[in-house]
Write a protein that binds this ligand. Sequence first.
Ligand code: BDP
Length: 708
Amino acid sequence: EDGASAWLRYAPVPQASNYRSLPLSIVALNTTTSSPVHIAGKELQEGIKGILGKELSIADGTKRGSSSIVVGTIDAYKKTFGDFEEADDLEEDGFFLSTVGQNVRIIGQNQRGALYGAFEYLSRLAQGKFSPVTYVSNPHAPIRWVNEWNNMDGSIERGYAGPSFFFKNGFVVENVTRAAEYARLLASIRVNGIVINNVNANATLLSARNIEGLGRLADAMRPYGVQLGISLNFASPQTFGGLNTFDPLDPSVDAWWTNITNQIYKRVPDMAGYLVKANSEGQPGPLTYNRTLADGANMFARATKPHGGVVMFRAFVYDNHINESNWKNDRANAAVEFFKNLDGRFDDNVVVQIKFGPIDFQVREPPSPLFSTLHNTSTAIELQVTPEYLGQNCHLVYLSPQWKEILEFDLRADDKPSKVKDIISGERFKRPLGGSAGVVNVGTNATWLGSHLAMSNLYSYGRLAWDPSLESEQMLQDWIRLTFGFDRKVIDTITEMSMKSRAAYENYSGNLGIQTLTDILYTHFGPNPASQDGNGWGQWTRADGFSIGMDRTVKNGTGNAGQYPPAVARVFENIETTPDNLLLWFHHVNYTHLLKSGKTVIQHFYDAHYEGAATAQTFVPMWESLKGKIDNQRYSEVLFRQVFQAGHSIVWRDAISRFYNNLSGIPDQAKRVNNYPYRVEAEKMKLDGYKTYAVNPFHTASGSMAIV
Ligand code: BDP
């Protein structure tokens, strides 16, 4: 198996013969070929054939036989079969599923909901969950989108699974088959929107030829209830439209956007909306003209409003030339500083899309304080499914535990319960819109993400967007059964590896909230702690020979702790109450500072790195124990990645330990750092055709030498 069917394999279930009460036919209450309800009927037919080996006919009439699976919208159902009170609680996109009695009823609040219900029923069957159930399932939030950072030339920013299937050579692709397949995957996890191009957007997306292409893509994804959205380049009226300005308050600019928006909606009448990255990392924006971010966002809001579109305006606004010499400067403060005075000044169809932490998808961050600052503005959380700073799918890192940590965090706004999940749903501050955006970056590689095991992240992203109260392990095991089957050992082993994976990665990369410590200048992949300081990007560690960490206290530091509501601010302001895993995020301490565990910071660094790398070694034999229980292709492709991770975790371990050992001059109590008795250094071997090479940074190879 090459992974292309992901969790929709519809593999036969062993206990299928126990399921005697399967209805005899499928009744889809919509006969239009490209309607989601019709698609749901087809999906049920195909799925049941695979899972239970039974061919069901699809009845095109409106009559329910003596035993059938009925799928349709609540309105269509009532029209055909009369009143139906059981589904009165349905909300937008929600569904009712009942498998009690002779008939299975899958009733959506809308067509999309009916399709979600069909996927839910199939997921139950595929997991051997045959017992009768009746329930309504409604979404936690209306916006459940993915962002795909695809470039027009076909490359993907921070994508690790090959080139784009949306764009090639500057244009939307002709063949949209894979886009439709992806929409099907997304529908099965109840994602309802997709922004297909990079937030660092290219204005040529707005050409007539590309608008036609957007129409093609939207047509391919619409049957799955997935609405298309696009990222915009703020300067388009000037760079693409030929105006001499892109000032959002200039009437000609406003008119230009209205006109282009109308053209797009003419071809894509149900377009989800726009995503905008402005005044961030060199991107143009309203600040160029001394206009506010709200002025910028509202310009797009006005253009999309008549069409029912939303504007996702990113809170990731900062200048990447921050002056490091000023101790008070802090990139983590930027979002609140830029947005706090704009609360209530955004139009109703604007949603501020906030990265989960104050910096940038690091292995551990506190939640962004902006979630608790905006009370009169709709917000969404931005998560990264593509693990840019977390091993780029060459390492196994199951991300759901990290996301849950943020979603369940209680920010105590106005001293009232204020979990992030309830803020982004709109519930806490009574906002009409809100939800999640996951940066996924699938590519043409058959596995979608470049790694079979990484698909648990996409799966759980969609499920959490629908229901953030789900447990990480429960979602993971659903995914394992659907992806690899029922073997107990397979389920237990992949569960154990995945549930240990985030802690392992954190242990051998950046500890105690110091951030991931990847190379910061572009790749964001391997270890390079030195690169964090001495640049304008603001992901600083402020490490010197004696001490380390960003002092973000109000008392002595950058004041960031004070951006949180008082109850939370107190915890982070005080070194005693700050949890160890965020110590260096909020405080600057000596390497000899004692943690709550009784260890010094530096010894914790050493120990954690050895522990994390040791855990990564165990993933290899654990995976090998599944040989013969998983098809050969997926078995060997995963093994390849696990072997790589095992090796790379040692590179991480040694690089970080050596770097801080060198900087602090404090030895490892266990005498492991710089002492590798069993290691054969490549440069010491007899070299035939190779030359030695002094690596930079020095700590990324033992002995600081490599061969090339
Ligand atoms: C950074 C990524 C960069 C993105 C940026 C963003 O390295 O590629 O453009 O985030 O989210 O983490 O805009």
